[in-house]
Design a protein around this ligand. Structure first.
Ligand SMILES: Nc1ncnc2c1ncn2[C@@H]1O[C@H](COP(=O)(O)OP(=O)(O)OP(=O)(O)O)[C@@H](O)[C@H]1O
Ligand SMILES: [Mg+2]
Length: 424
């Protein structure tokens, strides 16, 4: 594998759900989002395993600037091997780690849904609270994923002592089925190291632990602290740590002077307060020693609510109705679409019947409505692996034709900057 090639790779064509673009043995089916370190595309394998339904994937392609650094590329591939070992229902499944034409990428299962930054932002905008049981369910999912990763053992049977270091709302994805998935586990350390070196850690300080901010050695309890921040924010719809300057923010995290969430939300029970505050203890020795304990405590609270995951599913589909609808449409098309260049020679043989069967529209023609759009009535299988934050989603949310990248960035800074203003 050639790593850190000096030749600048050609600009990647993102494709779209109905116009796939070849990327090695994958089709790219449109840009999902552009993050600081990478771009995420909807994708699928060119040759789906025989007899299997085409499965939608998400491919995260590292930005070329990063790929210039051989150290970083090595670390990305080394640590990405860990991501391949993380097979748990609360962690996004990593399918492949590779390099196509100098583009380093990670292929994952596609999670149709929204990340927690987007959900919190939407709640802010609509003056809506995430219901407490929903937030606890998400907390249970986060703790479950952490517990699995923290206890992962290597081929020699020894614990790998994996620490995520980047448990943050943008790395928690809530599917339109109500499932909770942790993203970026395994590669987070490589990314964090690199981002801290090139000085673009900005948004990350708010979700770090006090010991991490101090640059001290960290263990799995640092992830527990970050999980505590996320749960606190879900319960209060307020950012927990903020500051007018980076320095002020870091000081706040260092002090970890936290009010219990019930101060902001009367529906939070004393037991839930206790769990969140234990996760958020400044002193690591007062924190949960492992995520299994935190998971058990949160699960006990959740059991008391008799919560059904369909409640979160319905919440997601209702609050992100347009995005969910768009995602159903795009995903249905993206599963079967073929590039124009490849369409003609095979038109009479395999492709056309398949396309016809799945009602794939002619490019440019209006899309037919999806089979079942009644919210809360669709079955899980109808939406499994669907939807996402596509470019089009951004259009519908903002009423503009901006591309996903800048909009997403604005989206995030917009959300938090509004929070800052509100506080001042
Ligand atoms: N497997 C996936 N399925 C669907 N969407 C995904 C998947 N992985 C990532 N995304 C979405 O892509 C977007 C960008 O993710 P990315 O990790 O590049 O940036 P980020 O999390 O905002 O920042 P960071 O670089 O700090 O991780 C997020 O909204 C994320 O939820
Ligand atoms: Mg991420």
């Amino acid at each position: 594998m050639s790593k850190g090639s000096l030749r600048k790779p050609p600009k990647l064509q993102p494709g779209s759900p109905k116009d796939p673009v070849r990327f090695g043995h994958y089709y790219l089916l449109g840009l999902i989002a552009r993050g600081g370190m990478a771009e995420v595309y909807r994708a699928r394998l060119v040759d789906a395993p025989e007899g299997e339904e085409p499965r939608l994937l998400a491919i995260k392609v590292m930005r070329p600037e990063l790929a210039k650094e051989a150290r970083f590329v090595d670390m990305f591939h080394r640590e990405g091997q860990l991501a391949l070992m993380l097979k748990d229902s609360a962690i996004v499944e990593t399918i492949e780690l590779g390099n196509i034409d100098g583009r380093h990428f990670i292929a994952m299962e596609y999670i149709g849904g929204r990340d927690l930054t987007q959900i919190l932002r939407r709640c802010q905008k609509s003056s809506l609270r995430i219901p407490v049981p929903h937030a606890v369910h998400v907390g249970v999912g986060i703790a479950k994923g952490l517990d699995f990763a923290h206890n992962l053992v290597g081929p020699d049977g020894r614990r790998l002592s994996l620490v995520n270091r980047d448990v943050s709302p943008s790395n928690v994805r809530i599917a339109y089925t109500g499932e909770v998935k942790l993203l970026d586990f395994g590669i987070a350390q490589a990314l964090m190291k690199f981002t801290s070196e090139i000085g673009i850690l900005k948004g990350k300080f708010s979700y770090m632990s006090p010991e991490q901010i101090r640059g001290m050695p960290v263990d799995q309890r640092t992830d527990i602290f970050s999980a505590g921040i996320i749960i606190h924010e879900m319960l209060t719809t307020e950012k927990l740590f903020r500051g007018d300057t980076e320095f002020a923010l870091m000081e706040r995290v260092r002090k970890a002077d936290v009010q219990p969430p019930s101060k902001f939300n009367r529906r939070v029970s004393p037991e839930l307060d206790r769990i969140v505050m234990k996760a958020l203890a400044r002193d690591v020795s007062e924190r949960y020693t492992n995520s299994a304990e935190m998971h058990a405590d949160l699960k006990a609270v959740l059991d008391g609510y008799r919560f059904d995951v369909r409640e979160l599913r319905d919440f997601m589909r209702k609050e992100f109705r347009r995005e969910y609808t768009k995602d159903l449409q795009d995903s249905e098309v993206a599963r079967v679409a073929v590039p124009i260049g490849e369409r003609l020679p095979t038109f009479d043989s395999n492709i056309e019947p398949a396309a016809a069967k799945n009602s794939v529209p002619i490019p440019g023609a209006p899309l037919p409505p999806p089979a079942n759009l009644s919210f809360g009535e669709g079955t899980d299988s109808q939406v499994a692996g669907l939807s996402d934050d596509g470019i089009q989603m951004e259009i519908s949310e903002n009423g503009t034709n901006d591309v996903a990248g800048p909009v997403l960035e604005n989206e995030k800074s917009g959300f938090w900057s509004r929070m800052f203003k509100k506080r001042k």
